[in-house]
Ligand binder design. Sequence first.
Ligand code: GDP
Length: 313
Amino acid sequence: MKILVTGGNGLVGNSIKNIINNYDSHEFVFLKRDDCELTNRENVLKYFENNKFDCIIHLAAHVGGLFMNMNSNIDMFSKNIKINENILEACHKNNIKKGIFCLSSCIYPCNPSKFPMDETMIHESPPHYSNEGYAYSKRMLELQCRQYNNKYNTQYICVIPVNLYGPYDNFNIENGHVIPSILHRFHMEKISKNENYFAYGTGNPYRQFLYAPDFARIICNLLLDNIYTKNEPIICCNDEITIKEMTSTLLEVMRIDNNLLKWNTNKSDGCLKKTVTNEKLLKYYPDFEFTSLKNGLTETYNWFCNNQSIVRK
Ligand code: GDP
């Protein structure tokens, strides 16, 4: 099969690149930002017509951490709606029957009726106000996939990862997600010997973190091994910890004294808790082995130090 991976040069796209030798009967095409402007309908339709794909892994999106979301809700909504609309139209017109479409657990309700949340609760009530642009655009992607599945019998599977991290992440200090942005900031403090280590908020919010290479394995399994034959959304997550616990583990990995860390409580905590369950995933893949946070952070920090020339920041 010829498989298109949009967002092919991002955190998850690169993680998929590293495992495609396990799937050598398939051809993977990794779409980079400059190859095709996905917000442009004509470009997208032409690109699909010129390259006949059998299925798709749709990862490309306008994304960022809490602070980028708070500053650009309009862009987050508008760009992602356009991208997803174009991609789905192109899939439909080119008879692509199977695909993986990436959502995120941060689109879930902020005050749900129960924890942990499952796949049925995406639309139950509003998301946190800080990222409502991104959240509603991705909720619409779930709706669109469901409608295509119902009407055209496609197998468009929405995958719902929690906070992803790993090599090839966006390490931008202002716009990145929590792990890459504090890792980068702490690294700068460490090498400059200022040792002024700050994290944002109180550290009390809970989050689940998933190592991007683990998510890449899940995506390829769902698409290619025919164990999951449904076309319904599936959550991909790992254990829940506080931001404070995650930060302590990161400091340990970076060999920085935990006592030097201070919290800037003038900055937002974002949503306090958005726990989701991987019960459904484990029903299909009971033996799936997740990378521990400590090992994932160690790999990520080593990659960051050894690949400074290509790090996005
Ligand atoms: P979210 O999980 O979608 O809210 O996005 P993030 O990955 O940006 O995580 C945000 C959480 O980490 C919030 O509780 C922030 O207060 C906390 N946090 C602590 N330090 C930082 C930082 O330097 N950058 C970011 N993005 N978040 C931080």
